[in-house]
Design a protein around this ligand. Structure first.
Ligand code: RB5
Length: 146
């Protein structure tokens, strides 16, 4: 499991980002906070890009992106070539890692309460990719055209 987590949000995800950083440090992870550092209104693609660029530069790192709904972060990260999964429960978090080898967990602060969000984060980080048939399918994501 990666011990370094790169995290970012927008204003809509700022409070949950703060809570995730606190929990991650308590769990022994190194945290790279790509911002923002205040609640001022800001644009989520900027912070998604900061996190994704760090993930693309180091395969060992995992990412967390949080906005109001999680939607904009998920769209931006996947467009940047980082497999990112919007998770609203522990099952989705486990499957995102085990089947989809997601490198970035996305959540919505206006959707998911803090307690559940931290459980989702824990499951995401505790779950390993299953490999085998799932690797073939992930490879197809980048190559498929019908
Ligand atoms: C900001 O108001 C909101 O649009 C953003 O946090 C996010 O939900 C976008 O997907």
């Amino acid at each position: 499991m990666s011990k370094t987590i790169v995290i970012g949000s927008d204003h809509g995800g700022y409070h949950l980002k703060t809570a995730c950083i606190k929990a991650l440090k308590e769990w022994g992870f190194t945290v790279e906070d790509e911002g923002p550092d205040c609640l001022d209104s800001c644009d989520y693609p900027i912070f998604a890009a900061k996190v994704c660029n760090k993930l693309k530069a180091d395969d060992e790192k995992l990412g967390v992106l949080i906005c109001g709904t999680g939607q904009g972060m998920t769209m931006t990260a996947n467009r940047m070539g980082v497999r990112a999964a919007l998770c609203t429960n522990e099952f989705l978090a486990r499957m995102a890692r085990e089947h989809n080898d997601a490198r970035c967990l996305c959540m919505g602060e206006r959707v998911t309460g803090q307690g559940l969000a931290l459980e989702i984060l824990k499951v995401f980080l505790d779950t390993q990719f299953g490999g085998e048939r799932h690797q073939r399918r992930i490879d197809l994501i980048d190559t498929v055209s019908l």
